[in-house]
Design a protein around this ligand. Structure first.
Ligand code: SF4
Length: 401
């Protein structure tokens, strides 16, 4: 699937409205759905000197001009991924208390495929029990589009061609995992991942600038819920999605009754490795970390192997500075440093309207109508996944950092 996730393939599907599935069978496409994540949208906003809102509308207009039927923002998938991760943490915390020799803690975030592939390839069975089973927002969106939206549109999942817009090439690897392919339906949850830099190239090749594109509104196919109109949103915490912050605040409240816990991070070896703690009655009860970049990840894994990790949870992201600095974000312009560009994207991200997953009416609707409630078998099937140790001889993927 990775080889099929190219700009050329995407343009071909737009023009022919057909794609070839894993078994080599040609399928007609009835609905092309584009899911926009915030990081590449901000990258393109910076590249074309647009506000995040303008860039969102221009991207929606661009995809519609190519033939997309729906352009969606991914807030709902991020909400569900965060809610599942925080619930999983509580369960793991309790499991660890019941069996201190178990491998429930630290829980390691799973939304970065660069990190997950590295863990599967390099640390095999040792590390996998620690990795959160909650799907990343991309793959939650995949389930939502192929399993829920298809039903409401009376289509088979294979009739939908689902494209996500992402900040790195590793998301293509994630989309192509067998875990996200249904043998029965003969389709993946995400058919094609396209990155910020590839979108810039597509515009360049057709001698267009995003500035010249007529904007369009994002679509909202989820029914009338009286929510704010669809828009790019942020979550509290880092521009990688805010996993550590969400899980920390939820755990502080649910486990220790601290509804006003403060998120005050302390930098450790470098700004890409920082931690936050919660004390109760003079005793440290929670210790969380954010570890970005390969050096810090290696350090974390070595600590774990020596039995010296002090953490309950770590938000692990392969890219230094996290997803806003993803490997397929648009490069800095001449005269601008990478650091300056990331700082600009961080400022843009922190100015976006805030999404609060627990308050989303759409979240409540989906748990009730689609997932048979929280903690149900269906919620686990749709929103969780598994990982696999890769034998060295099986390694065909070439992860680059
Ligand atoms: Fe992709 Fe980098 Fe984000 Fe990981 S940290 S998901 S590799 S952009």
């Amino acid at each position: 699937l990775v080889t099929k996730q190219s700009q050329e393939e995407l343009l071909r599907v737009f023009s022919e409205r057909k794609y070839t599935d894993n078994k080599g069978v040609s399928k007609d496409v009835s609905l092309i759905v584009i899911s926009l994540s915030p990081q590449p949208t901000l990258s393109l906003a910076a590249r074309y000197k647009l506000t995040p809102e303008e860039a969102t509308h221009k991207l929606a207009g661009y995809f519609k001009s190519l033939g997309a039927d729906l352009v969606l923002d991914m807030t709902i998938a991020e909400d569900l991924s965060l809610l599942e991760a925080q619930q999983e943490f509580l369960q793991r915390y309790q499991n660890q208390l019941a069996d201190p020799s178990s491998k429930n803690m630290p829980m390691l975030a799973s939304s970065c495929p660069g990190w997950v592939c590295y863990a599967e390839k390099t640390h095999g069975n040792f590390i996998l029990p620690y990795i959160s089973s909650s799907k990343s927002p991309q793959q939650v969106m995949g389930s939502l589009v192929k399993q829920y939206l298809s039903r409401s549109r009376e289509l088979t999942p294979g009739e939908i061609y689902h494209v996500t817009v992402m900040p790195c090439y590793d998301k293509k690897l994630e989309a192509s995992r067998e875990d996200f392919y249904s043998e029965m339906l003969s389709c993946h949850d995400v058919d094609c991942v396209i990155t910020a830099i590839e979108l810039e190239q597509m515009l360049d090749v057709s001698s267009k600038s995003l500035n010249d594109i007529t904007g369009a509104e994002l679509d909202w196919p989820w029914g009338a819920l009286g929510e704010a109109p669809p828009a790019l949103r942020r979550h509290i915490g880092t521009g990688s999605g805010g996993y550590a912050d969400h899980v920390f605040l939820y755990a502080a409240e649910q486990l220790f009754g601290e509804s006003n816990a403060q998120l005050v991070y302390r930098n450790l070896r470098n700004p890409d490795f920082r931690e936050v703690t919660l004390e109760k009655d003079g005793k440290e009860v929670l210790r969380f970390a954010v570890a970005n970049g390969f050096r810090n990840i290696q350090n974390l894994v070595q600590k774990l192997k020596r039995g010296k990790s002090p953490y309950h949870y770590v938000e692990v992201m392969a890219c230094p500075s996290g997803c806003l600095n993803g490997g397929a974000q648009v490069r800095p312009v001449t005269g601008e440093s990478g650091r300056e560009l990331v700082a600009q994207l961080e400022a843009m991200y922190s100015a976006l309207p805030l999404a609060v997953p627990a308050e989303s009416k759409l979240v409540r609707k989906l748990y009730a109508e689609w997932l048979d409630g929280k903690d149900s078998d269906k919620a686990r099937a749709m929103l969780h996944t598994t990982y696999h140790a890769v034998e060295k001889s099986d390694i065909a993927l070439n992860i680059k950092w």
